[in-house]
Design a protein around this ligand. Structure first.
Ligand code: TUI
Length: 303
């Protein structure tokens, strides 16, 4: 079955579960535009998530998903909320969602965990997930080690479930490449940050538009939780402290509230502007529908 049919969407495109950014309203706008909108529960409390799900339901009759960031202290409660609220699809990030899979499946929720390794993809497909999202380290936010080009075909060869490619995808050529690697759909994030509907500060959107090919960097490798974001004074200072041997606690203290600074205050110097390597391809801020249709038109021409 095609991923469009399985997920009941127009385009084989999922929106990344961008924590602290993808609200119920934003996910509804993405679903209305023909992809699968996903509420990013990463920075929320459990009851905020329920409220955002209800907002999303009030704005679209189309299916949408919820992304549960497994390092969130409320992850367990959120896992229950998605079933209570009959959310169509759950995606996960930053961990192994194995212990929740049975509950989700028996509630009829479709499960698409993000994986950054073949080992986790195999383990989860054996548990009966509906598909996996193989995310390469080109993507923004929390990342694994492998690139999309190396990860996607290895995951495709290792599992029998549908594979969605993520990381480094912002145009139809990259989408076509993902399909050639064996994926049956793509997940996109960065190019949607620069959409009219995205609820981040205008300064954050403009910083993505301004970024070049080398505009992102990875911090946090020393703490075991690497994060890709746009280069700015904050990320440079963070890397300097890491190189000087700062411990995890100091580094955590240094970045406390930094995503909020970027998203809400538009502080492009001290904030954490999580974004992927495709930032260099994003040239303007456009409506979601236009971003999706142009990508699909370019992809269709290459099929
Ligand atoms: O989760 C993401 N991207 C994110 S989460 C996030 S919120 C955050 N903020 C600050 C610090 C850290 C996180 C921002 N961006 N992408 C999905 C993803 N999942 N990338 C990598 C992974 C992953 C890593 C390890 C998935 C599973 C995993 O498994 C470990 C294991 O137990 O096998």
């Amino acid at each position: 079955m095609k991923i469009n049919e399985l997920l009941e969407i127009e385009f084989p495109i999922l929106q990344g579960g961008m924590a602290n950014i993808a609200t119920g309203e934003f996910a509804a706008a993405v679903s209305e535009a023909g992809a699968l909108g996903i509420i990013g529960a990463g920075g929320m409390k459990a009851e905020d998530l329920r409220a955002q799900i209800r907002i999303c339901k009030s704005l679209t009759k189309k299916p949408f998903g919820v992304n549960i960031m497994l390092m969130n202290p409320d992850a367990e409660k959120m896992a229950k909320i998605v079933t209570e609220e009959h959310v169509s699809v759950v995606t996960t990030g930053a961990g192994n969602p194995g212990k929740y899979v049975e509950t989700w499946k028996s509630a009829g929720t479709k499960v698409f965990p993000v994986v950054s390794s073949v080992a986790l993809a195999k383990r989860l497909s054996a548990l009966g997930v509906d598909g996996v999202i193989a995310e390469g380290c080109e993507s923004g936010g929390h990342i694994g080690e492998l690139t999309t080009m190396a990860l996607v075909p290895q995951v495709c060869d290792a599992v029998d479930v549908p594979v969605i490619a993520a990381g480094g995808i912002a145009c139809g050529r990259q989408m076509a490449a993902a399909f050639v690697l064996g994926a049956c759909g793509v997940q996109i994030g960065t190019c949607l940050l620069a959409s009219c509907e995205c609820p981040i500060h205008q300064n954050y959107k403009e910083a993505i538009v301004k970024a070049g090919d080398n505009g992102t960097m990875v911090t946090g490798r020393s703490t075991g939780a690497p994060v890709r974001s746009l280069k700015n004074p904050m990320t440079r200072e963070y890397l300097k402290r890491e190189q000087q041997g700062a411990d995890k606690m100091e580094l955590e203290k240094f970045t406390l509230g930094s995503l909020r600074k970027a998203v809400v205050d538009g502080d492009v110097k001290n904030g954490s502007l999580m974004a992927g390597q495709v930032s260099g391809m994003v040239k303007e801020i456009r409506p979601i529908r236009e971003i999706l249709t142009e990508m699909v038109r370019e992809y269709e021409a290459l099929r």
